[in-house]
Design a protein around this ligand. Structure first.
Ligand SMILES: *Cc1c(COP(=O)(O)O)cnc(C)c1O
Length: 360
């Protein structure tokens, strides 16, 4: 059996796998309506919002694009806050939609500093929107969205705060309403333990007001249309029904476990992962105090090439961990979101210990 420890897609629990294999149903019929209604009700629990959570058929990036297409107009000033490649992606999407983007970049491995964000908003604002990443999967950094949102809000009350929590939500908490965040989005194949294919997104009242006047083109990802259909438990076009079966089954598990227990389980896995890494003499790439609960980035000894280590893990042990875009940094990433056990992580470190102790 493969030990799939990439940061998404993540393994499916057996009941989710079973659910995914169910026969097709009429996506305009009552059975589908009930499935979508229950799924979105459960999603609201994890988004910690009273807003409707919309389910889009796309990978997570589709929801990032939807957030920009539905709230911005060409020329709108956007602060793109990034501490890694997924933060950069949000920046690029805003530019693709002709926003006037100010990039605020933090060094890889560092977390976004709310004080620096506040200064940028005060000295370079006003911004129509700020886009940022909750959990930067590329570096294993968890950003303090609550503090960042508060610093943006205090300097500029009406700026839209749009958060990519694709690899955060479902593994760690993001209190959309309490933290006054305007757009939160995520993807089915990360901590949600479902197959790829669905993105989930919620908008605040402030964001919905902006939707009314936003001039960017939108069609497939028209969230106003998605909201109209959601009111009668449908989607505008054909949804990824099988993925929805899976997401429904995984949410059933997650709701039974409880949001606090789910977050605590991820914290425990992450801290076990870090302890194992330190025991092997490996470094942690992320800034201390900002370790991700869903993915850990490890620095390898200089003598070991990440690609060789990843190949050895895959070929000799059937363990698949994540690479990084820049091979020069000597980092591998271990995903521990969703369906992952302490034993799964222990197997990774037994294998890593053997690989690293053999001469490179
Ligand atoms: C995985 C990921 C994405 C990209 O999601 P896709 O589903 O591959 O489109 C974007 N942002 C973050 C933080 C991610 O972890």
């Amino acid at each position: 059996m493969i030990n799939l420890r990439i940061p998404g897609p993540t393994p499916l629990p057996p009941d989710v796998q079973m659910a995914v294999g169910q026969q097709m149903i009429n996506h305009r019929g009552a059975e589908f309506g009930a499935l979508l209604a229950e799924t979105t009700a459960w999603l609201k629990v994890f988004f910690e919002t009273q807003q409707e959570v919309l389910v889009l058929t796309s990978s997570g990036t589709g929801a990032m694009e939807a957030s920009v297409a539905n709230t911005l107009s060409p020329g709108d000033r956007v602060l793109a806050i990034s501490c890694g490649s997924f933060g950069d992606r949000f920046d690029e999407i805003a530019r693709a939609y002709r926003a006037d983007v100010t990039s605020l970049k933090f060094a890889p491995g560092r977390a976004v500093d709310p004080a620096v964000v506040r200064e940028a908003v005060e000295t370079q604002g006003p911004f129509k929107a700020a886009v940022l990443t909750h959990n930067e999967t590329s570096t294993g950094v968890l950003n303090d969205v609550q503090a960042i949102a508060a610093s943006i809000r205090s300097a500029s009350p009406e700026t839209l705060i749009m958060v990519d929590s694709i690899s955060g939500l479902g593994g760690t908490r993001l209190q959309m309403d309490a933290w006054d965040v305007d757009v939160v989005l995520t993807g089915s194949q990360k901590a949600w333990m479902a197959p790829p294919g669905l993105a989930m997104i919620a908008l605040s009242n402030r964001a919905w007001r902006t939707y009314e006047t936003a001039q960017n083109p939108r069609y497939y990802f028209d969230l106003g249309l998605a909201r109209q259909y959601a009111a009668r438990h449908q989607t505008p076009s054909t949804p990824a029904v099988s993925t929805l079966y899976g997401l429904h089954a995984s949410l059933q598990r997650m709701v039974a476990e409880g949001i606090e227990a789910v977050a605590a389980r991820h914290e425990a896995l992450a801290s076990h992962c870090r302890a194992c890494a330190l025991t092997l003499g490996l470094g942690l790439y992320a800034e201390a105090g900002h370790y991700s609960p869903t993915v850990t980035a490890l620095t390898l000894p200089a003598a070991h090439k990440p690609s060789d280590v990843l190949n050895a893990l895959a070929e000799r042990y059937a363990i698949h961990c994540g690479s990084t875009k820049d091979p020069s940094v000597g980092v591998i990433r271990i995903g521990h979101m969703g369906y992952c056990s302490i034993a799964d992580l222990d197997a990774v470190f037994v294998a890593l210990g053997e690989i690293l102790s053999s001469t490179p």
